[in-house]
Design a protein around this ligand. Sequence first.
Ligand SMILES: [Zn+2]
Length: 153
Amino acid sequence: MNLPTSSSFPAHVVVRFAGPDDKPTEPRLVAKVVKSDSEWQRLLTLEQYRVTRAKGTEPAFCGGLLDNKEPGIYRCVCCSLPLFSSDSKFESGTGWPGFFRPFAPENIAERTDRSLRMRRVEILCACVTPISAMSSQTGLSRPDCATASIPQR
Ligand SMILES: [Zn+2]
């Protein structure tokens, strides 16, 4: 398949959704979720807004998804894109859930941060939301915040 890359369509992104069997679909080109700051404040909880839109970090051992063992798909709280499957969740020991592979590589973006005199790679949803904010379709009745990490290769 020869799809345009995300960079040639900055307002769009190539992603994979979850099919009926919870497996990734073929890649699809979709418009990015774009909302004003006041719209995000209306749609998200205070904590979700702080973590996703204001560069906040959820404290360790506080997220509602840390000990969640229900099978399912973890999704971005801002755009609902599937980010991780419970199949790839592991006990990271950091106080935040860890996942050893993304739901689909297309759904994950990376941003290099060179502040604080060190090189850090921030893991983002394809919609550019830091992955420190996710919801879960694993039996939780409402979206919740959590910080996930992907081990660096
Ligand atoms: Zn997203």
